[in-house]
Design a protein around this ligand. Structure first.
Ligand code: NAD
Length: 686
C-alpha cells in the first residue's frame, strides 16, 4: 500500500509510504486522488494531514518514469484535486519536498515542516521546468522575485528560510505527526485560506524581469531550462491561472524531449550508479574511521580538508617541523577561504582545523585506518614513504597513492600486504573537485577497492574506477586535448580562437588558458618521462615555451602574456612567432568555432573509446563523469561519450576520417568504427 489513512478524532492522517524517497509513481498519484475522494465523502473528517513514512516527504518524480510517456492521473490533476478538496489538507514535511513533492504541498491549504526539512524545485538541473504548477503557484504564494530564485536556481531552501518566505506556515519542533495533527485540529472549522490558484500575484518591482533575465542568462550560459523556467514564472505572474498552467505544461513537455534534458538525465543516472558499481555488490568495505595524509602541499592540504569536512580525524605528515607548519598553514588557508566566502562559520572552520594534527614522524599512524600519500611525483620518494608505512601501520590499514602518472603497481612494490594498496586520484583543489579516480593494482583486495568507493560516498565525491595506464582516464584524455589544441594553432587557428571556441562549446575555459593557469611545467615533465620510455608526445610549441621558461601565469607568461597582478590573458607576439616557426611548411586554413570544437572533442572521444576497449574504464558513462567532474566538460552535453552518441557515432567517425586525412588527428580506432556500426558504445562493454 503506498497510501494509508488513519483517523485521529476529526483529523485524517494520510501517510505516503513509497520507499526509498516516496517518489510520485503512477500508483501513488492514483492513491492520492482516491484518498481525496474518500475523505471528501467522510463527514466525520474536518481536516487532513498529508505526511510521509521513511526518511523524507515526497522527494520528486519517479525516476523509473523519466523519459516515458506519462500515465494518468497526471500530476497537475492530482495537485488540483487536493487543492479542490472539501477539507483543508496540511502537508507535513520532513526530509525534502522536492519537485513534484513540493507541487503536491502547494496544492495543500497549509504547509508545516520540521526545521531540518528542505523545499525546492530542482527541475532545471534535469533540463526541464516544474510541470505541475510549481512555477504558477509559487509566485502567487511567495511573490515573483522569490519564486524566480527558487525555480531558476534549482537549489532547495531550508524550512526556516521557507517560513520567512511564506512557503511554510509553521515550523514543528518535536514529533511532526503529533504537531501536524494539533495544527490541523486548530485550523479545522476556521475559514479555509483561498486556494493558491485563485490568488492574485503580488506586484513586481520595476525592472525585476529584465534584471533576472540578465542574471539567469549569464549563469546558465547555453543551458536552456533556467531561462525557460524564468519565462514560465513571468507568464504566471502576468496571466490568469489557467493560461499560465497551459504555458508551463507546454514548456515542460517540450523540454522533457530536448537533447539537453536527455543529457542531464544521463548524467543524473550515471552519478546515481557510480558510488555502487555492480562488480562490488555484496562486498563489505574495510571500515575507515581515521585518516592520515603524507605531504601537505597543494594536494595533501586539499585532501586533508576533504577528509575533515567528512568528519574524519586527520594526521598530516610532512618532512620536517617547518614543512609541517607550512602544510598546516595550507589547510588553514583553505578554511580561511571558506569562511571568507561564507561557506562555513568561523567556529566550524576552527573545529575542523583542530581535528588536523601535524607531525614529522610516522609514529602517530600505528592505528590509522587509511593513509593517503601526496608527496612529490617521484617514484623513489613515494616508495620510501610506503616502506615506512609498511613498518608502522596496522597490516589491514588501507594505503593509497594520489599519483597522477606513476604506475601504482610499481609504487606498491615492496609494500607489506599489498592487497591493502590502491590509487586514490583526487583532483585539484581536492576539497572542491567532485571526481575521485579509484585505481586498483593487480593485488588490491575487493574490500579495499570497496573502501575506496565507500570513502568517496563519505566525502561526497563521484568515484570512478580507473585501470592503470599513463594518466588513468582523465589525464590520458587530457593529453589528446592538448595535442589537438597544438595541431589547431599549427594549422591556422590562434590560442585565443581555440579557447574562445571551447568556451562557446561550454567549457569554463579553453585548453591554453587552462595550461597557463595550472602551469606548463608538469606536462613537460610527463613528456620527458614519456620520451625516456620511447614514446613521441606531440607538443612542439609547448616544448619551446617550456625551454624559455614560459610556464604560464606563475612565470608571468605562457601561451599568453600577463600584466603583473592581472590574470587576463593577452595574445603574445613572442608565442605567435614561435607558432609561426613551428607551423612553417604545414598547410594553413580558416577554422570556424564548431570545427575547432570538433577537432578537439572528437579525438577525445576516440581516445576514450580505446580506454573503454582496454577496460581502463568499465563504462562509457564513467568517462562522462570523469570529464564533467574533473575537467569542466559541460554537464548539459552529458559528457563526451553521451555527446558523441547523441551526435551519431557514424558522423563522429566521418569527421575523424576527414581530420586524419589532413593530418590533423589520428584516424578513428577500430573500436569506434565498431561502436558506430552497432549504434552505440554499449557494443564495446563486457
Ligand atoms: P606539492 O609539491 O605541492 O606537495 C608535495 C608535498 O609533499 C610538499 O609539501 C613536500 O614537502 C611533501 N613531501 C615530499 N616528500 C615527502 C616525504 N618524504 N614525507 C612527507 N612529505 C613529503 O605537490 P602536489 O601538487 O600536492 O602533488 C602531490 C602529489 O599529488 C603528486 O603525486 C602529484 O602528481 C599528485 N597530484 C597532483 C595534482 C595537482 O593538480 N597538483 C592533481 C592530482 C594528483
Amino acid at each position: 500500500m503506498t497510501v494509508t489513512i488513519a483517523r485521529e478524532d476529526t483529523v485524517a492522517v494520510v501517510t505516503v509510504d513509497n520507499p526509498p524517497v516516496n517518489a510520485l509513481s503512477q500508483a501513488l498519484r492514483q492513491a492520492l486522488v482516491d484518498a481525496v475522494a474518500e475523505l471528501d465523502a467522510d463527514a466525520a473528517v474536518r481536516a487532513v494531514v498529508l505526511i510521509c513514512a521513511g526518511r523524507t516527504f515526497i522527494a520528486g518524480a519517479d525516476v523509473n518514469e523519466f523519459g516515458k510517456p506519462p500515465q494518468p492521473p497526471h500530476l497537475p490533476d492530482v495537485v488540483a484535486r487536493i487543492e479542490g478538496a472539501r477539507k483543508p489538507w496540511v502537508a507535513a514535511i520532513h526530509g525534502s519536498a522536492l519537485g513534484g513533492g513540493l507541487e503536491v504541498a502547494l496544492g495543500c491549504a497549509y504547509r508545516v515542516a520540521v526545521p531540518s526539512a528542505s523545499l525546492g524545485l530542482p527541475e532545471v538541473r534535469l533540463g526541464i521546468i516544474p510541470g505541475a504548477g510549481g512555477t504558477v503557484r509559487l509566485p502567487r504564494l511567495i511573490g515573483p522575485a522569490a519564486a524566480v530564485d527558487l525555480v531558476t536556481g534549482g537549489s532547495p531552501v531550508g524550512a526556516r528560510k521557507a517560513e520567512g518566505l511564506g512557503l511554510v506556515d509553521a515550523l514543528i519542533d518535536g514529533d511532526l505527526r503529533a504537531g501536524a495533527i494539533a495544527f490541523a485540529g486548530d485550523i479545522a472549522g476556521k475559514p479555509v485560506p483561498q486556494p493558491i490558484s485563485e490568488r492574485v500575484v503580488p506586484p513586481v518591482e520595476a525592472g525585476l524581469w529584465e534584471t533576472a533575465e540578465k542574471a539567469v542568462a549569464a549563469k546558465a550560459k547555453r543551458e536552456v531550462a533556467p531561462l525557460r523556467a524564468l519565462a514560465s514564472v513571468r507568464r504566471a505572474s502576468e496571466a490568469d491561472f489557467a493560461s499560465a498552467m497551459a504555458f508551463e505544461r507546454e514548456t515542460f513537455l517540450e523540454l522533457r524531449g530536448s537533447a539537453q534534458a536527455a543529457a542531464l538525465r544521463h548524467v543524473f543516472f550515471a552519478e546515481r550508479a557510480a558510488p555502487r558499481p555492480p562488480e562490488l555488490a555484496g562486498i563489505t568495505p574495510r571500515a575507515i574511521r581515521s585518516a592520515a595524509v603524507i605531504g601537505g602541499g597543494t594536494m595533501g592540504a586539499g585532501i586533508a580538508a576533504a577528509l575533515r569536512d567528512a568528519g574524519l580525524p586527520v594526521v598530516l605528515i610532512e618532512r620536517d617541523k617547518d614543512a609541517v607548519e607550512r602544510g598546516l598553514a595550507n589547510v588553514r588557508a583553505i578554511y580561511d577561504g571558506s569562511v571568507k566566502r561564507n561557506r562555513i562559520p568561523q567556529a566550524v572552520a576552527d573545529e575542523r582545523m583542530a581535528g588536523v594534527v601535524g607531525a614529522d614522524d610516522y609514529d602517530l599512524l600505528a592505528d590509522t585506518d587509511l593513509v593517503i600519500e601526496a608527496v612529490f611525483e617521484d617514484i623513489d620518494v613515494k616508495r620510501a614513504v610506503f616502506a615506512r608505512l609498511s613498518e608502522i601501520c596496522r597490516p589491514d590499514a588501507v594505503l593509497a597513492t594520489n599519483t597522477s602518472y606513476l604506475d601504482p603497481n610499481a609504487i606498491s612494490e615492496g609494500v607489506r600486504h599489498p592487497e591493502r594498496f590502491l590509487g586514490l586520484h583526487f583532483f585539484s583543489p581536492a576539497h572542491v573537485m567532485k571526481l575521485l579516480e579509484i585505481v586498483p593494482t593487480d593485488a588490491t583486495a575487493p574490500e579495499v577497492l570497496a573502501a575506496g568507493f565507500a570513502l568517496a560516498r563519505q566525502l561526497g565525491k563521484i568515484p570512478v574506477r580507473a585501470g592503470i595506464c599513463d594518466g588513468f582516464i582523465g589525464n590520458r584524455i587530457l593529453k589528446v586535448t592538448r595535442a589537438q589544441a597544438e595541431r589547431l594553432v599549427l594549422s591556422g587557428a590562434t590560442p585565443a580562437s581555440v579557447d574562445a571556441a571551447m568556451r562557446a562549446f561550454g567549457l569554463p575555459m579553453g585548453p591554453f588558458e587552462a595550461q597557463d593557469l595550472g602551469g606548463l611545467d608538469i606536462a613537460a615533465f610527463q613528456r620527458k618521462a614519456a620520451r625516456a620510455r620511447g614514446e613521441t608526445p606531440f607538443a612542439p610549441v609547448a616544448d619551446r615555451l617550456c625551454a624559455i621558461e614560459r610556464f604560464g601565469q606563475k612565470s608571468a607568461g605562457g601561451w599568453y602574456d600577463y600584466q603583473p597582478g592581472d590574470r587576463t590573458p593577452k595574445p603574445s607576439d613572442a608565442v605567435a612567432a614561435i607558432i609561426a616557426e613551428e607551423a612553417a611548411g604545414r598547410p594553413q586554413r580558416r577554422w570556424e568555432e564548431a570545427e575547432i570544437a570538433d577537432a578537439i572533442v572528437l579525438p577525445m572521444v576516440n581516445e576514450a573509446t580505446r580506454i573503454l576497449e582496454e577496460r581502463v574504464a568499465l563504462r562509457a558513462a564513467d568517462i562522462d563523469l570523469v570529464k564533467i567532474h574533473g575537467y569542466g566538460f559541460p554537464r548539459w552535453r552529458g559528457g563526451p561519450m553521451h555527446y558523441a552518441e547523441a551526435r551519431g557515432l557514424a558522423a563522429v567517425v566521418a569527421v575523424l576520417d576527414r581530420l586524419s586525412a589532413d593530418g590533423l588527428a589520428e584516424p578513428p580506432c577500430e573500436g569506434l568504427r565498431r561502436a558506430a556500426e552497432a549504434g552505440g558504445f554499449s557494443a564495446l562493454a563486457g
